[in-house]
Design a binder for this molecule. Structure first.
Ligand SMILES: *Cc1c(COP(=O)(O)O)cnc(C)c1O
Length: 425
């Protein structure tokens, strides 16, 4: 299997694609083809075994091809239950990993691959405004060939989110930057262009454009579609809460490789660039606005380019996707309604998909549930006037001591701090 950029035709293998993240021409890596697999034959397989079977063709020519089974077993050592909100609304629960959000799937798989591929000590730099940081920190903690630097804006993420980034230590360095998320991102970008960094270490990143995060996400769509086939005897319908469109890109790729999927619908929050595009035909990225579903606050979704590459033109795009924007008021009403009706607490991201589901047909729709509600207690608790129990997995992280270094948003200070920390390790 070869990969190439959405903007070019130069072929590379899987290993280069995941080690470089973004293509040199600024595009995103995509597989050269999607082999058709007999997905229904995997109905009885365990999650790691199913993932291995689905990803096998994508690992052809990789130096770690023979380790794919180990990689899948190490990465996916937690359950992926499918529950039901009601008889025609199954919930695909993607929040049973160590940091309770679906980003654990991509981050854990990427960590297993990158650690095995690293020929020299590799430093990952990540700017985060919340969820990605904790998933990446958890996934890479203790990986001997990788050191991770996480920059987050001090005081601008919740205490619980900060704690989940600060609780690791060892090869995970948490930097609490006196600045904004944009400052953190600018510092990461600057490092990639700085000869001091190049001389010191091999720099890489682990953000959601990395194809090593997207490919394994096809697997839970396989699981969901097989469940749907088994229970309803038809091709599956999914509603996917979306921001950067990585999760939903994996859904379309899953359909490409033969998962029995009929329809995929995108739910966004008030950041409505995708619904607006489908309505008007004009793609107009813009600054993001803050919403209750903050992990989806994206005004310029990076994976749009992969979808555009897949669909080729607006007409095909429109034929294959519908998208709906959901306001904060609608998110709130949905969380309250589901709590009253089903005594179930959903997270604000999942709520966008539940709201959209209610606008759709009476046919069964699988709602993709992207995070555990207890991660967003600051939104949920006052809204429902309850105290959410803290799941054991989260409690384990929140009771660990915190290690982080507060510092100014200054490139030189960051470089010296990182070097001093890892040299002393
Ligand atoms: C990141 C995230 C999303 C959005 O996923 P994309 O792949 O960026 O579209 C939705 N929900 C939660 C909880 C997330 O953390």
């Amino acid at each position: 299997m070869h990969y190439h950029s959405t903007r070019g035709t130069e072929f590379i293998n899987f290993d280069t694609a995941i080690q470089s993240g973004l293509a040199p021409d600024g595009g995103l890596y995509v597989p050269e083809k999607f082999p058709k697999l007999d997905v229904k034959a995997l109905a009885q397989a365990s999650y790691p075994v199913m993932t291995e079977a689905l990803l096998k063709p994508f690992f052809q020519n990789s130096a770690i091809e023979s380790q794919l089974s180990d990689i899948c077993h190490q990465a996916f050592n937690f359950p992926t239950p499918i529950t039901a909100l009601n008889a025609h609304t199954p919930l695909l629960e993607l929040f049973h990993g160590p940091t309770l959000a679906f980003k654990d799937y991509g981050a854990r798989f990427l960590a297993e691959c990158m650690n095995r591929l690293a020929k020299q000590k590799t430093t990952l730099m990540i700017a985060t405004s919340g969820d990605t940081g904790s998933a990446v920190a958890s996934a890479f903690h203790g990986k001997e060939n990788i050191q991770v630097v996480i920059l987050y804006p001090q005081g601008k993420i919740s205490d619980r989110q900060a704690h989940q980034i600060n609780c690791w230590g060892d090869n995970i360095l948490a930097l609490a930057v006196n600045g904004t998320f944009d400052d953190c991102q600018a510092l990461v970008k600057a490092a990639f262009h700085d000869p001091n960094w190049q001389a010191y270490t091999h720099l890489s990143t682990a953000n959601s454009i990395n194809i090593g995060r997207l490919l394994p996400q096809m697997s839970y769509y396989a699981l969901g579609s097989l469940y749907y086939w088994h229970h309803y005897g038809a091709n599956a319908r999914f509603v996917v809460p979306s921001g950067n469109l990585g999760n939903v890109t994996a859904a379309y790729w899953a359909r490409e490789i033969g998962c029995p999927i009929a329809e995929i619908v995108v739910a966004t929050n008030a950041n409505s660039v995708v619904p607006d595009y489908l309505r008007t035909g004009e793609y107009q990225p813009r600054a993001s606005v803050a919403t209750l579903a903050n992990a989806m606050d994206v005004g310029h979704p990076s994976n749009f380019e992969r979808l555009q590459y897949l669909f080729k033109n607006y007409d095909t795009f429109k034929k294959n996707m519908s998208a709906f924007a959901v306001s904060d008021a609608e998110i709130t009403a949905t969380i309250k309604d589901i709590y009253q009706r089903y005594n179930q607490v959903i997270c604000p991201h999942t709520a966008t998909a539940c709201f959209v589901r209610n606008q759709l047909s009476d046919e069964p729709w699988i709602v993709v549930s992207t995070a555990h509600a207890s991660k967003f207690e600051q939104v949920i608790e006052p809204m429902l006037n309850i105290t959410l129990p803290i799941p054991d997995a989260l409690n384990r992280l929140l009771t660990k001591p915190q290690h982080f270094i507060p510092l100014e948003a200054d490139e030189k200070i960051i470089f010296n701090t990182v070097k001093r920390y890892f040299d002393a390790l």
